[in-house]
Design a protein around this ligand. Structure first.
Ligand code: GLN
Length: 254
């Protein structure tokens, strides 16, 4: 459990956000670590101190956490963490049910569901935070993707997975793919949400091009830390850069 603590405001901070990165040692492909960096920086711009914690296999899990992020991984990475994740399943389910915001990408999205069956037929049990079942298909679903979401507008990213995910009644999708394959290439859905948990196939990393999602997660984290989310306008060219990055990403062929 390593910790990086940064105080960046001149005066006293508005509060402290404890941000946990799950399994960065095994589950962090396609730059998904970038999601944690975006959340930390945007929290600092809002005047919060940020304590960045990471949890890897066999370490102590600190449950006094305001925000959890986890990345994707190859089948082999999922295989390495599956037992440890199962052992942490109850704690993570309790945290989710208590309202802790979580963002899990691709491979961890799959293992936050009920199970993931690999293309080799091997079943990996999940922890059931999300009501979702994943079975690998014969082809990989790869390419640029955009999702028309409820509450976040168009969410833009990149997908690369063999898993085909189907949602149960306890989860709602992040949105509908426009274009892209999404959860399974058939029902038009992408991602899964329940409580304040978002599971999605979108790598990129996701949050630099989707600040609306980042700030929604931050708002829930600030509330989880016992404070009111009252954002200030962030000055400077960032908005224009983000808009340009979104334009370019949306103009790219599938
Ligand atoms: N190994 C999983 C799959 O192929 C997840 C891949 C990922 O995290 N990008 O579906």
């Amino acid at each position: 459990m390593s910790t990086l603590y940064e105080h960046t405001t001149e005066g006293p901070a508005r509060g402290r956000i404890r941000l946990l990165q799950l399994y960065p040692g095994d589950m962090n492909i396609y730059g998904d670590w970038g999601n944690a960096l975006v959340l930390a920086r945007r929290a600092q711009w809002q005047g919060y101190d940020v304590e960045m914690l990471s949890y890897d296999r066999g370490q102590e899990l600190d449950e006094d956490i305001h925000l959890v992020v986890g990345g994707g991984g190859q089948d082999s990475g999922q295989e390495r963490i599956k037992e440890d994740l199962l052992a942490r399943g109850q704690a993570l389910r309790d945290m989710a049910e208590a309202g802790t915001p979580m963002l899990v990408i691709c491979g961890l999205y799959q293992l936050f569901g009920h199970h993931f069956v690999t293309s080799g037929g091997q079943e990996m049990p999940g922890i059931g935070v999300l009501d979702a079942h994943t079975v690998a298909g014969p082809l990989r679903l790869i390419g640029n993707i955009a999702v028309e979401s409820e509450g976040f507008g168009t969410v833009i990213g990149y997908e690369n997975h063999s898993g085909l995910t189907r949602l149960g009644p306890g989860a709602r999708p992040l949105g509908r793919v426009r274009p892209g394959e999404g959860n399974n290439g058939e029902d038009g859905t992408e991602g899964a949400r329940c409580h304040h948990v978002i599971g999605t196939y979108l790598h990129g990393s996701l949050l630099p091009k989707n600040p609306v999602v980042a700030d929604w997660l931050l708002a829930r984290a600030v509330e989880r830390s016992g404070r009111q989310w009252d954002p200030v306008a962030v000055e400077g060219p960032l908005g224009a850069w983000t808009d340009r990055a979104r334009e370019v990403a949306l103009s790219r062929p599938r």
